[in-house]
Structure formats: C-alpha cells, structure tokens
Design a protein around this ligand. Structure first.
Ligand SMILES: [Zn+2]
Length: 74
C-alpha cells in the first residue's frame, strides 16, 4: 500500500513537470516558443500553432520526432 502510494506520487510529479519548446529548433526562422505545464498541454499548443502558422492540418511523424527531441524541462 505504501509503495503504491509512493509510486503514484513519483508518477504524478513526472507528469506535472513543466516543459518548453521553441519552434525555431525545428522550423527555421520561426520565433514562436511555448512553456506548458506538462507534455500533453505542450503538444496541444504545438499542434494548434503548427496548424495556424505552418499550415499543417496534421503534424507528420518525422516532425513529431524532431519536436520530441527538442523538448526541454522548463
Ligand atoms: Zn512555428
């Protein structure tokens, strides 16, 4: 019981770690950047930005991999 509780706390801390991403790391010349409370929100904001600014209705897998490799802890 105690161990389970600890694991939950650890997991929760990890999920809630703030993340940041600069679009210019993947798209040359783009000055947009984002700090989000977790990875889920980050990806949500990134896909909104990609749709609006970079005309990507869906983000290609290749770009997602690049984005993932550039995400940093905020
Ligand atoms: Zn951009």
């Amino acid at each position: 019981m105690q161990i389970k509780h600890k694991r939950y706390l650890l997991c929760n801390t990890f999920v809630n770690m703030a993340k940041k991403f600069a679009c210019g790391d993947v798209v040359n010349g783009c000055g947009w950047s984002i700090v989000a409370k977790d990875e889920t929100e980050l990806f949500q904001r990134i896909s909104e930005h990609a749709k609006k600014v970079h005309n990507m209705a869906e983000i290609p897998d290749k770009i997602i991999q690049q984005v993932k490799s550039k995400i940093q802890d905020a």
